[in-house]
Design a protein around this ligand. Structure first.
Ligand SMILES: NC(=O)c1ccc[n+]([C@@H]2O[C@H](COP(=O)([O-])OP(=O)(O)OC[C@H]3O[C@@H](n4cnc5c(N)ncnc54)[C@H](O)[C@@H]3O)[C@@H](O)[C@H]2O)c1
Length: 326
């Protein structure tokens, strides 16, 4: 690999990700976490939360259930999922919660999950695409996609598309169905390498994670445009939770892991605080009929310049359809 190639594909993504992280931490040093106000009762509504068994996903599931929603936790670790169900059931008021197996690193599993969900005959009002992995060593999903791109983005892309008919049927004027995509500030440093989305020519864990989170924002905006044109009562928003102390950071290298511990204690948000903007997007009356937003700390915020590139959005959509066989 040439020097320029190394700088461009390894060093720059690494530096961009850490710079973005420092900016978020500075923000969190001087700003309180967004606090949820009273949210409307969600009785009769159904939500799917991917990765809902731990971290922010657990907090989202717990909060939605406490509002009366029927929550389906979709996850790839059955024991963790069943434990989460038990804990939430013990404290949820009127809500129902259950676990359904979903491995986002397998498109086959995504299709099986959707089949199982649809066979329950339940409506679908909220889909929170929350699950994610970060900084994994080079690896592949079952169908051979780079793991960050394949799991964080492509798995959710297929899941959402297969559930879109259910979301469209369940959304009504005044009570829209809502899609919430968990992105990240790292998308600001992300670059879409359209001719090498799987990072085969030069792998960078930092670049791949940031790219997957930018892909989710591009997807959110393009999907919202399609839903608006079609006149459907379904909204699509992206959420940036800030920096939150969860297991997501378990793949940081040794020295970074050591440095992270005290910083996290002081400056990271708790999972409940980090989950608040996603809960807001999924349920708040102010977000009724509001789509196509990037939400940070409970407010609409500008995402990266490239995320608004409609040609790039359309190109990624087309390519993603081809990759997942839609
Ligand atoms: N923690 C942060 O600082 C932070 C910042 C920005 C964005 N995010 C995003 O928030 C989301 C939630 O992360 P978190 O911080 O709660 O981390 P976490 O590690 O606690 O949760 C990740 C969830 O994804 C699930 N998951 C992983 N692989 C899966 C697979 N193959 N199939 C199905 N589910 C799978 C895990 O089981 C877990 O429930 C992620 O998308 C992450 O990228 C987190």
């Amino acid at each position: 690999m040439g020097l320029w190639s190394y700088v461009n594909r390894h060093l720059l993504p690494f530096l961009r990700m850490y710079l973005v992280g420092m900016k978020v931490l500075l923000y969190q040093l001087f700003h309180r976490s967004f606090a949820l106000s009273v949210l409307p009762n969600q009785n009769g509504r159904v939500a799917i939360v991917t990765g809902g068994a731990r971290g922010m996903g657990y907090e989202i599931s717990r909060h939605l259930a406490s509002l009366g929603m029927h929550v389906v936790i979709a996850g790839n670790v059955e024991e963790e999922g069943l434990d989460a169900v038990k804990k939430i059931q013990e404290e949820a008021g009127e809500g129902r919660v259950e676990f359904l197996y979903l491995n986002l690193a397998s498109l086959k599993s995504v299709r099986q999950f959707v089949q199982r969900f649809k066979s329950t005959g339940l409506p679908l009002h909220v889909l929170v695409n929350n699950a994610g992995v970060m900084l994994l060593p080079q690896g592949q999903t079952e169908e051979g996609f780079e793991v960050h791109f394949g799991l964080n983005y492509l798995g959710h892309f297929l899941l959402t598309n297969l559930l879109l008919d259910a979301l469209k049927r369940s959304g009504k004027h005044g009570t829209c169905s809502r899609i919430v995509n968990m992105s990240s500030a790292t998308h600001y440093g992300g670059r879409m390498i359209m001719d090498d989305l799987n990072g085969r020519s030069c792998y960078s864990a930092h670049g791949s994670y940031s790219q997957s989170k930018l892909a989710l924002v591009l997807f959110t905006y393009h999907l919202q445009d399609m839903l608006t044109v079609g006149g459907y009562h379904v909204t699509s928003n992206a959420v940036d939770p800030g920096m939150v102390d969860t297991n997501l950071y378990e793949n940081l290298c040794g020295p970074a892991q050591l440095a992270k511990a005290p910083v996290a204690k002081l400056l990271f948000r708790t999972p409940a605080q980090g989950a608040s903007t996603a809960i807001y997007a999924a349920t708040a009356s102010e977000m009724e009929e509001v789509g196509g937003c990037y939400l940070f700390n409970g407010c609409k915020t500008a995402s990266s310049e490239s995320s608004y590139d409609t040609e790039l959005q359309a190109e990624l959509w087309k390519k993603s359809c081809a990759l997942v066989g839609l």
